[in-house]
Design a protein around this ligand. Structure first.
Ligand code: SAM
Length: 248
């Protein structure tokens, strides 16, 4: 977990690396994102039948989660601390209103509470300190005061009970190698009155399997199949949790 997480993405070099290296066409992250896209679009169509939701993407970065849902939400708002990440999102023509927010202090105000809403918090919880995690979920709670207000979807891209955990010893000195247990995510959400209603995994193979060309095709096929089953989320490297406010 990094205490300087809010600053890490405030440089053009970090933005460039995120877009060109992490999300290059053949990477593990791109494959995971493609699977998430299919899952999320189905989720929105199934769960919001009366009226399409407004998406609020906290820590939106360059707008990946907004792009995944383009066309199935009524409108979208992206919130991020980094002007550089937001500029990249703007440059890419992300279809959303983008808001720069402070990295700490009072919980930011949502741009609108015109429901129903879908709040997304992707690739933030794993590496952020506890207060940033709580602040992100407190933000979601403002938009989703009741069970009927909509859904919250959060990503854990370093599930502790996955094959990725085998690398934890050799990564002891690597400040980018964090792990998050399902129970920690559930407890974080519960502190703000949310319960997990669905969990889905998007890869069983760790990122390393996608770096070797000869292995990539097999890994991709196996992970495509694994992502279809909710049962494998327990041991997936990358997991989405769908949550709702606990009825009062
Ligand atoms: C790894 S990127 C994830 C971007 C995007 N959600 C995605 O999944 O591609 C993490 C993002 O969190 C943002 N961030 C870090 N600390 C934050 C904070 N305290 N409040 C809001 N955003 C923050 C960073 O600026 C960065 O854009």
């Amino acid at each position: 977990m990094r205490t300087d997480y809010a600053e890490v993405f405030q440089s053009d070099a970090a933005v460039d690396k995120y877009e060109r290296v992490v999300y290059a066409p053949e990477t593990y992250s791109t494959a995971v994102s493609d699977r998430q896209r299919a899952f999320l679009r189905r989720l929105v169509r199934r769960e919001f039948t009366a009226r399409r939701p407004v998406q609020h993407d906290f820590a939106c970065g360059t707008g990946r989660a907004i792009k995944l849902l383009h066309g199935v939400v009524r409108a979208a708002h992206g919130y991020d601390v980094s002007a550089q990440m937001l500029a990249k999102a703007q440059e890419a023509g992300v279809y959303a209103k983008l808001h720069q927010v402070a990295g700490d202090g009072p919980v930011p105000e949502p741009a609108t509470v015109d429901g129903p809403a879908l709040v997304t918090v992707f690739r933030l919880l794993l590496n952020a300190p506890k207060d940033v995690r709580d602040r992100a979920i407190a933000f979601a709670a403002k938009i989703l005061p009741e069970a009927e207000s909509g859904l919250l979807v959060v990503e854990n891209h370093g599930n502790r009970s996955s094959l990725r955990h085998l690398r934890h010893r050799s990564n002891r000195a690597n400040q980018w190698f964090a792990e998050l247990h399902h129970a920690e995510v559930e407890q974080l959400l519960a502190r703000h009155g949310f319960e997990v209603v669905q969990r889905r995994g998007f890869a069983l193979c760790p990122a390393g399997a996608y770096r070797r060309e000869w292995l990539r095709r097999v890994a991709r096929r196996a992970d495509d199949l694994a992502a279809r089953s909710a049962r494998l989320s327990g041991v997936a490297t990358d997991v989405l949790y769908v949550a709702r406010r606990i009825p009062k």
